[in-house]
Design a protein around this ligand. Structure first.
Ligand code: 3AM
Length: 169
């Protein structure tokens, strides 16, 4: 079994910009996401066996979405999951089309998908207690592809590994 999710994976320049913002945040007890792990989750799959994983790898070529950009312009505190994350006030329609298409494809394989409205975010830190005031320049994320990611538990904490990448049109 592998623990999988679909995500937008940043290019190096975007990753550096986000990591820099994350460095500027301080609050007691925060558990920061490592720079190499920064991403935008699209759809969480959970544990997937080898057979289903092979079907997923093949099936995603049916997804046809145009490249788009997202402007992450706000730091938010999400109380229940105790996250500090970057959020976007507006989404390009292509992002919602992509998330919807992924869910529909996965439902065809018998997977149960969450019904909650999608909220694009970049998790920066966990175990947060409050919002932190920061000065930040908005981050424009040029999405050129989406990725299948494996979440691996290592002695150094969680590590995300890109398994496959699909380019947008
Ligand atoms: O990176 P973010 O915070 O968007 O919270 C987990 C993380 O999201 C989320 O999947 C991403 C990669 O681990 N996640 C973990 N378990 C989940 C679950 N049961 C989950 N999302 C939904 N349902």
């Amino acid at each position: 079994m592998k623990r999988l999710f679909f995500a937008l994976w940043p290019d190096n320049a975007t990753r550096k910009q986000i990591a820099k913002i994350n460095q500027s945040i301080y609050s007691e007890g925060l558990r920061k996401v490592k720079p190499d792990n920064l991403h935008v989750t699209l759809v969480f799959l959970g544990n997937v066996d080898t057979e289903l994983e092979a079907i997923i790898h093949l099936g995603m070529k049916n997804i046809s979405v145009q490249a788009f950009s997202i402007c992450f312009d706000q730091l938010a505190f999400w109380r229940k999951p105790r996250l500090l994350c970057l959020t976007a006030q507006q989404y390009d329609q292509q992002l919602l089309i992509l998330v919807d298409a992924l869910k529909k494809e996965l439902e065809q394989y018998g997977m149960m998908m969450e019904d909650r409205a999608y909220k694009a975010h970049i998790t920066l830190a966990r175990k947060a207690h409050r919002l932190v005031e920061i000065e930040m320049q908005p981050i424009t994320w040029q999405a050129q592809s989406f990725c299948l990611i494996e979440s691996l538990s290592t002695p150094d904490g969680v590590h995300y590994q890109v398994l496959q990448r699909w380019d947008f049109k």
